[in-house]
Design a binder for this molecule. Structure first.
Ligand code: SF4
Length: 366
């Protein structure tokens, strides 16, 4: 088994001002008292952790930007000191534009945050309304300007595909909006109906595009983003040259990462573990739960086929000591005729059409 020395560190901030009706991420309503206790617990756990060297730090949520800037800064500083995170590391904070954003960004810049990921989802009024997004596209624009003013040069926006009432035309106008902001990275996720969300209960009355329409929206997004200078490097991720998310690449490369906070997952030394989706038990010092072994060839194949570079023969050899197994290559070749997969001397990769069917292709391969 091959492991790198530098890990990625993830910190989960499970507070949101309001719950969006489609969202299944672990988050609770903002509460100042709980926030203070939670942040102290994260700092306590970071200090207790084994000493690793990290080259990426990702603060996700929830909405990290809705908490006290000084507390967030102290978490970042503690993690940087503990994991020897230097100026070349990628340090990302997920944010939503809000009234407090103006106070937050200078503080984040002062502690070395160099990448901001903003939730846009759509630039179209009726789609944003359906998604429960209160901020207007102009607020996102102002947020981008504020981030730039503070010298943070790496900005990512989230877009959502397959939202109620979305058409190719409306999607193109959201992409044009992103283009006009001259940002570096876009994540474009297909909306999933997660159980236990209000959207799931309403799915029959929401004006959702059907499966074929969602597939067309996805292909449309890939083509439009490509034309606008965003190279696709993963099923849902697009970037300008050299601006791929270093942290998220660790997940898709099956590299090691350490998570802190309720619901955070880790993969270290061949083991996967996670904390329960329960903020109070995290505050009370609950231990992480072992989730079994990780990093098998099957898992690596599954993750690498999310990337446009796909499963590379050389990388498989250097990680596992053997090349891509013959039977997997044969199965992949048999699917080439459908235009979903490409096999060549370098390895196996999925096409855009293949990305839409990735789950069934991967289960056929393994
Ligand atoms: S989508 Fe983001 S802002 Fe909305 S509830 Fe989920 S984590 Fe919070």
């Amino acid at each position: 088994m091959f492991y790198i020395n530098n890990i990625g560190v993830y910190i989960h901030v499970p507070f949101c001002n309001e719950k969006c009706p489609y969202c299944d991420f672990y988050s609770v309503s903002y509460d100042n008292d709980l926030e203070e206790k939670y942040i102290n617990s994260i700092i306590r756990e970071i200090k207790k952790s084994e000493n690793f060297k990290a080259d990426s730090l990702y603060i996700g949520g929830g909405t990290p930007s809705c908490i006290d800037p000084k507390r967030l800064a102290s978490v970042i500083t503690t993690a940087k000191n503990k994991f020897d995170i230097d100026n070349f590391a990628e340090i990302t904070v997920e944010c939503n534009p809000s009234n407090d954003f103006k106070k937050m960004i200078p503080v984040l810049a002062s502690v070395g945050v160099n990448r901001i990921s903003l939730g846009l989802q759509s630039a179209v009024f009726q789609e944003r309304k359906a998604l429960g997004r209160k901020a207007k596209p102009e607020d996102v624009q102002k947020a981008v300007e504020l981030v730039r003013d503070e010298g943070i040069e790496n900005i990512s926006l989230d877009l959502m595909l397959g939202v109620p009432k979305q058409t190719e035309q409306s999607l193109k106008s959201s992409i044009d909006f992103c283009k006009s902001l001259d940002i570096e990275h876009i994540s474009a996720y297909i909306l999933k109906m997660e159980e236990n969300t209000p959207f799931y209960k309403m799915k029959n009355i929401l004006d959702l595009p059907n499966e074929d329409e969602v597939a067309s929206l996805y292909i449309c997004a890939c083509n439009e983003l490509e034309k606008s200078g965003f190279n696709q490097y993963e099923i849902s991720n697009f970037s300008k040259n050299g601006k791929e998310s270093k942290h998220n690449l660790k997940y898709w490369n099956c590299d090691e990462y350490l998570g802190f906070g309720a619901s955070a997952h880790s993969f270290i030394d061949g083991k996967r573990f996670f904390y329960d989706r329960d903020l109070k038990s995290y505050i009370n010092g609950s231990k992480s739960v072992l989730d079994g072994e990780g990093g098998s060839f099957e898992e690596y194949l599954m993750m690498r086929l999310r990337l446009t570079r796909g499963l590379r023969e050389e990388a498989v050899k250097s990680r596992f000591g053997y090349g891509i197994p013959f039977d997997i290559k044969e199965k992949a070749k048999s699917m080439e005729q459908y235009g979903v997969i490409v096999c060549d001397d370098e390895g196996i990769r999925l096409t855009q059409k293949g990305f839409l069917l990735s789950n069934s292709i991967i289960s056929k391969l393994i």
